[in-house]
Design a protein. Sequence first.
Length: 406
Amino acid sequence: MYDVEAIRRDFPILAREVNGKPLVYLDNGASAQKPQVVIDAVTRGYAEEYANVHRGLHYLSNLATDKYEAVRGIIARFLGAPDPEEIVYTTGTTMGINLVAYGWAMPNLEPGDEIILSVMEHHANIVPWHFLRERQGVTIKWVDVDSTGALDPQAVIDAIGPKTKLIAITHLSNVLGTVVDVKTICAAAREKGVRVLVDGSQAAVHMPVNVAEIGCDFYAITGHKLYGPSASGAIWIARERMDEMQPFMGGGDMIREVHKDEITWNDPPMKFEAGTPGIVQQIGLGVALEYMMALGLDNIAAHENRLRDYARAKLDGLNWISVQGTTPDKAAIFSFTMNGAAHAHDISTILDKKGVAVRAGHHCAGPLMDHMGVTATCRASFGLYNTEGEVDALVDALELANELFG
Ligand code: PLP
């Protein structure tokens, strides 16, 4: 049984008050809170087990290296990846996507080649491609979502032309909660020799992911949304793509030998990991993913889907707000505006007074905001520890905002 009250006790911060009210944390889309096991792992990592990795031959360095390297296997299991050596450590999705842009796309794409993006991408999956557009003459092709926020996979497939080299697409929208059928897109792309990068920042939090089943080439995740430390993360890269890649950043660890006139690279994945990494952060991420897998990724998804249905019914009852993104199978992420009566920032300030933490703004999704014709929304995003009572608290706080601004 999924005992959400017991799970909540694993997260010490959830017991605190904010503005004199119990914290109702609904900003999981931005970053999730950490369970005690992760906090303990980070503390232990620094207090008892810290040294640099891969370098020393002393006890602590070997211990830190073993714990740090073991996380590759945990991430591979979490993502259904065939080989831990295909897991490259990053500081998060932003770094993962930039690694693909600099390491794979820059050496492999030519002027006039095309990259397909959906209109609901996060800036982390837009700006690196603008670099290629500006510096390398690559063209970006955009695919729209429909009025429910759904993305028709066929629309993405239809956008593929003879010059298309890459589709870079989110698996789950951080604004609308829309789930994208990346498997169908990947199957068609593979037939046409087009590579697919999936931004799994949100999807991996809310649903089980299996990269082998999806059939993509790159799958990026970010640790701080997965109940792990900030500046932890990974990208899964199919072996054949790794072989086509240049290193992105240069420095220690990613080389085998360096001489005055000659340099040789380390083997992947270390070829793509320059400098001292986030040692304790990655160890903490491993603990966070083990924590999620122990709860059961299907169980987490089922719990959040119940919350989604409950929240949808409650929010639908508030006829003075508009929810953006109405696909039935979306994740428990609700963006809304108050029908022009108040700015998203003002609404979130009122909610904060009631202890309810939501995000307000453009959510790093400028093209989607343009597409929806808004400049900002409020976003309530749920996680594995949220409850129906917290949905009620959100609705009560919104009633107050309506009294003040409506
Ligand atoms: N992609 C999506 C869909 C996101 O929601 C986020 C974070 O909000 C990112 C990318 C960027 O993740 P990070 O800032 O952790 O690198």
